[in-house]
Design a binder for this molecule. Structure first.
Ligand code: ATP
Length: 306
């Protein structure tokens, strides 16, 4: 009996090992599937940034071939300028940022940076050149200092705190009992959406990329937080080619050009003032949002006076 139990245990051990191995392989395939969406061409070159000008030419894209999302989109973000994309929910705004970062390949047209097609360069060089401030930043279960330094691992402590100050989160961090050594993430301090976004901005300041994508949070932020984030963003986007995916209109007033997207096409384009004067879709979105903000403020006052 004893003699038999050893090999049986052993078989159990081997079985568990194999099963674990299979699960790992399955997980690996899951990961690969996500990654396999786009691949570097065998002859992929390193993206050479000269000025950092972005051009979308007649871009057609669908996640699912039966449902086109972008139907022939053309626009440029000249070097150092800021272009904001606005439009109704589901219009394809965030999709544009994912295509520039090449999470997916387009079906027709081209997306170029300084004349180089994003499909012809390595993903590594593309993603090194672009700083992305996403809607929802994932924080590592580590210190806040590590989370900021992730933008550039060689950054000194002084550079990390300087970036945090510019990102308007320095005061908050300095006042934490453990300061920059505070653990954050799932097992640490939970940060609000606005705080996380400022951590992402601090990371991006350290990374100092020539091209910036700001995918604004959909969630409403209070006015003070919004203004703090806005001034941090104004600093990072200065003299950088910036594409703003705007879900709120207050952030786009200063953009060099605003593109209004509807049904996968450009419905209107111009400056804030020009679009208000044109009195079209943008003007009606603007008025609606202003009314909503006023209603919210009124509600808050009523509540506060109780
Ligand atoms: P919002 O302002 O609500 O964030 P948006 O304009 O940024 O909207 P996108 O996120 O670009 O919209 O999505 C455009 C459309 O593509 C939506 O109808 C969405 O359901 C669809 N979509 C987005 N991501 C995927 C995906 N991974 N697979 C399939 N469809 C998707």
């Amino acid at each position: 009996l004893l003699q038999l139990s050893v090999p049986l245990n052993f078989i159990g051990f081997v079985y568990r090992e194999i099963r674990q191995g299979l699960t790992d392989i399955e997980q690996m395939f899951d990961l690969l599937e996500v990654e396999a969406e786009v691949k570097d061409r065998p002859d992929a070159t390193t993206l050479q940034i000269r000025q950092g000008a972005i051009a979308f030419k007649d871009v057609h894209f669908a996640y699912d071939e039966n449902r086109p999302i972008l139907k022939g989109l053309s626009f440029e973000v000249p070097a150092g300028k800021t272009v904001a994309i606005v439009g109704p929910s589901g219009a394809g705004k965030s999709t544009i940022s994912r295509l520039l970062y090449r999470f997916y390949d387009i079906q027709q047209g081209s997306i170029t940076i300084d004349g180089q097609d994003v499909r012809a360069v390595t993903q590594k060089s593309l993603r090194t050149a672009i700083g992305m401030v996403p809607q929802d930043t994932v924080l590592f279960n580590d210190t806040i200092a590590y989370n900021i330094r992730y933008g550039r691992l060689s950054a000194t402590d002084e550079e990390v705190s300087a970036a945090a100050e510019v990102a308007q989160i320095g005061t908050f961090l300095r006042n934490l009992p453990h300061g920059y050594d505070t653990m954050v993430g799932e097992r640490g301090l939970k940060l609000s959406g606005g705080e996380k976004q400022r951590v992402a901005i601090a990371r991006t300041i350290l990374k100092a990329p020539p091209i910036l994508i700001l995918d604004e949070a959909t969630s409403a932020l209070d006015t003070t937080t919004e203004q703090e984030i806005q001034s941090a963003l104004d600093i990072v986007s200065k003299n950088r080619t910036t594409l703003v995916i705007a879900h709120r209109l207050s952030t786009v007033i200063g953009a060099d050009e605003i593109i209004v997207l509807r049904d996968g096409k450009i419905a209107e384009r111009g400056t804030h003032q020009g679009l208000l004067e044109a009195d079209g879709l943008y003007a009606s979105m603007w008025n609606r949002q202003r009314e909503a903000t006023q209603a919210e403020e009124h509600l808050r006052k009523v509540r506060d006076s109780d």
